[in-house]
Design a protein around this ligand. Structure first.
Ligand code: PMP
Length: 360
């Protein structure tokens, strides 16, 4: 080891899902939306004022903040926006989790949480899901320096009922509770934003990546009490004043403006999910009840990793996590009906092959 290497911060990074680039692939591995962004987004893209890119963008991100405040029915001082919800969440870890007590999040959950905790030197403990992968609210009734969980959870796709979310918040008046609602628009359930009037220690984080088809533009946001948003902005301005580019602000606002398109594509994905549940069950798969735009499925007779590899050979990409307890599951993003049909065709062939019947 070189001497200078001793002074380098070394971390084990988060591994994002593969972004392969084959022309005829079926990509169901990173929970992207199979439909394009709203027509108004494409129009706004065409009308972007390129010469004005010589100027810095608005550091307060007012165009997007105002659009979101209106959509969510909250004040403009209650909204914070960032470069995807990953950026917002990383900023939240830095801002709100500044205690010697451990931050709590579920043991099977978004695998970026422990990475941020390690990066920022935040102590953390995980809370155990039950045998059916459900979040156990009582696990959060202990001393902590903050709480975060996704709802619906990832990669399980399971929804925690609003009353249980509320109980976790109510039990923790001395901590900031962050509900990561990346997938809430597919859940047919209310957002925890409804609880903001009652709890000033609650922060709700959402993204434009999934239900608004804007993964590539990187837009995420948080909604909370004006005090929490002020603290977040203080950290943001201590780090990078210009997190959001002019295109991201403009296209994000255009996406919010088209409520009808958002409702329609979200409804289509949920309908495909319901059909996919039936098709997967017929093939012998089992899964927790999905509330997001993905299904976390396991086959009692087929090794998940072998299925994952065999699908990949057919240029069908799903997500596989080689981790304890979930290494016999595939996380399958809901695509178009045609993409799902192709997946089920391939799976039908694969699950009937004895090579996969290794009865783990
Ligand atoms: N939270 C959860 C639970 C997620 O699964 C993801 C997607 N990887 C994110 C946050 C981040 O999404 P984005 O940065 O695209 O908004």
């Amino acid at each position: 080891m070189k001497n200078w290497e001793k002074n380098i911060r070394r971390v084990i990074p988060y591994t994002p899902g593969e972004q392969p680039n084959c022309p005829d692939m079926i990509k169901l591995n990173t929970n992207e939306n199979p439909y394009p962004p709203a027509p108004g987004v494409e129009k706004a893209w065409g009308e972007l004022d390129v010469p004005s890119l010589r100027l810095y963008p608005d550091p307060a991100c007012s165009l997007l903040v105002n659009a979101l405040a209106k959509r969510c029915g909250v004040g403009e001082d209650q909204v914070f926006v960032g470069v995807g919800s990953d950026d917002v969440l990383a900023m939240c870890f830095q801002t709100f989790f500044n205690s010697k007590k451990p931050v709590l999040f579920p043991d099977i959950s978004y695998s970026f949480y422990p990475v941020w905790a390690e990066l920022f030197g935040i102590p953390y403990e995980t809370t155990a899901l039950d045998e059916e992968f459900r979040i156990v609210k009582e696990e959060f009734y202990r001393e902590n320096g903050g709480i975060i969980f996704p709802n619906p959870n990832a990669p399980t796709s399971l929804l925690l009922e609003q009353r249980d979310v509320e109980e976790i918040i109510a039990h923790n008046p001395d901590s900031i509770v962050i509900v990561d609602e990346a997938y809430i628009d597919f859940a047919g359930a209310p957002s925890a934003m409804k609880l903001l009037e009652k709890y000033d220690n609650l922060l709700v984080v959402q993204t434009f990546s999934k239900s608004r088809s804007l993964c590539g533009m990187r837009v995420g946001f948080a909604v909370g009490s004006p005090r929490l948003i002020r603290y977040l902005n203080d950290v943001k301005y201590s780090f990078n004043s210009y997190t959001m580019s002019l295109p991201a602000l403009t296209l994000g606002a255009a996406a919010v403006a088209d409520e009808a398109y958002f409702q329609e594509t979200t409804r289509k994905i949920c309908a495909t999910r319901e059909r996919s549940k039936e098709a997967l069950r017929k093939l012998g798969f089992v899964f927790p009840e999905p509330a997001a735009n993905f299904i976390f499925a396991s086959h009692p007779k087929c090794d998940a990793k072998a299925l994952f590899e065999a699908l990949k050979e057919r240029r069908i990409f799903v997500r596989y996590f080689d981790k304890p307890r979930i290494n016999q599951y595939l996380r399958i993003t809901i695509g178009t009906d045609a993409q799902m049909e192709a997946l089920f065709g391939a799976l039908e062939e694969l699950v009937s092959k004895p090579v996969f019947e290794n009865g783990y």
